[in-house]
Design a protein around this ligand. Structure first.
Ligand code: HEC
Ligand code: HEC
Length: 341
């Protein structure tokens, strides 16, 4: 064969490989995976902050860095209600539907309220998850050790990485000292979360291992309520008076769908709304952060979930919010006194 021929063939081979690689990368970039049928259960028990004995204003947990609109003569609840996104969303029509979630979406619903967009948390209260996740990659372990001047065999790196992988899954399921456990996440949901936090931590190739799931709408609501809203809101209890709100009480989840329409609820979560507090019932900006990264349909799913699975009806003896196994310390109520009582 003439050299020029060879060259041309080389170019072709390279091109075919490149295209093949591209097609494959696109195909495997985000796989849709079928979910096991995980039962939806009602939320119960005290808020995570009450469990820890902490006040809303003493912690970075559940804070998004954005606050609702300052109340003015222009901005009252009626106005907020009128400009609520999406108009009335038909609950019945949506209840039987599904919402497509990627690992990144699951991260927003489950983890972002504490660990922020970048996974770095708010140290020292909320540790960064970046290094523990990087420690699950044999490639990054070897690179790191080489940079430290102590190269490691591939086998040793794989062993270390596998230990870190188990520790990560254990951490997500069972939580930690100040982190709630997520025991009712099924294996596919955990897999999707792990794939996404790998991408967040810059683990090489992680973007090609992302997963998409079609979650029942009530399950999406369950994720948001149990992981994010339950940080501050107890499941059940009396509706606080305007004065008690002023003193720092947070209305329990069981009262929210009774006192708020779907639109008001979605608006409070996604763009914020003033609250009336104190003896004079004046309007205030309030203490609840705005969850600007939660989509209106996800907030609506939370409303639907609270309506269809009324809080506190699960297992009254289980003070945790997630379906907790006996040995699980996460999401379970300890003997600590409830600071807001
Ligand atoms: C209510 C707040 C909160 C939520 C929600 C939360 N975490 Fe955490 N996380 C913490 C705190 C606090 C720590 C520090 C360790 C401790 O006190 O338990 C932590 C630590 C971690 C660590 C270990 C860091 C280390 O130093 O080893 C990882 C990994 C982690 N979280 C992952 C996640 C993932 C993944 C999610 C979502 C499924 C999540 N967390 C949801 C509060 C939270
Ligand atoms: C950081 C703590 C915190 C988190 C997390 C939180 N809330 Fe709140 N929420 C509050 C406080 C405090 C109030 C009382 C009003 C205020 O100060 O804004 C409140 C009030 C509300 C109200 C209005 C109740 C009323 O009758 O006026 C709704 C609705 C609500 N929360 C829904 C949610 C939902 C849904 C989530 C989860 C996406 C959530 N909250 C997460 C602290 C929190």
């Amino acid at each position: 064969m003439k050299p020029e021929h060879n060259l041309r063939r080389g170019v072709w081979v390279a091109l075919v490989f490149a295209l093949g690689g591209l097609a494959m990368a696109q195909k495997i970039a985000t796989r849709t995976v079928a979910l096991p049928n995980t039962p939806v259960t009602a939320i119960s028990g005290r808020s995570w902050l009450n469990h820890l004995g902490a006040f809303v204003n003493e912690t970075s947990m559940g804070k998004t860095g954005q606050w609702g609109p300052a109340p003015s003569e222009e901005e009252d609840l009626a106005k907020v209600r009128a400009k609520a996104p999406g108009g009335e969303i038909a609950i019945g029509a949506q209840a039987s539907g599904t919402i497509a979630l990627t690992g990144a979406d699951l991260y927003r619903l489950e983890c972002q309220g504490c660990h922020r967009t970048d996974g770095r948390g708010v140290p020292p209260e909320i540790n960064s998850m970046i290094n523990p996740v990087r420690a699950t990659s044999p490639e990054l372990i070897r690179k790191h050790m080489e940079e430290m001047g102590a190269p490691m065999t591939a086998k040793d790196a794989r062993e270390l990485a596998s230990q870190s992988q188990s520790a990560l899954v254990q951490r997500i399921s069972h939580g930690g000292l100040h982190m709630p456990g997520f025991l009712d996440l099924n294996t596919v949901e955990i897999q999707a979360l792990v794939a996404y936090v790998n991408q967040l931590a810059g683990v090489p190739g992680a973007e090609t291992r992302q997963i998409r799931m079609n979650e029942p709408t009530t399950r999406v609501g369950e994720h948001l309520i149990k992981a994010t809203c339950h940080i501050c809101h107890d499941a059940t209890g009396p509706k606080p008076s305007a004065q008690e709100m002023m003193d720092g009480m947070v209305p329990p989840l069981s009262t929210l769908t009774r006192t708020r329409s779907l639109n008001e609820f979605v608006a409070k979560v996604t763009e914020g709304a003033p609250v009336s507090m104190g003896v004079l019932e004046l309007h205030y900006r309030g203490r609840m952060p705005v969850f600007y990264y939660i989509r209106p349909e996800e907030a609506a799913a939370a409303y639907m979930y609270l309506t269809m699975y009324p809080p506190g009806t699960a297992d009254e003896t289980d003070a945790g919010s997630r379906a907790a196994a006996p040995a699980n310390p996460g999401r379970k109520s300890g003997a600590k006194t409830n600071a807001s009582q």
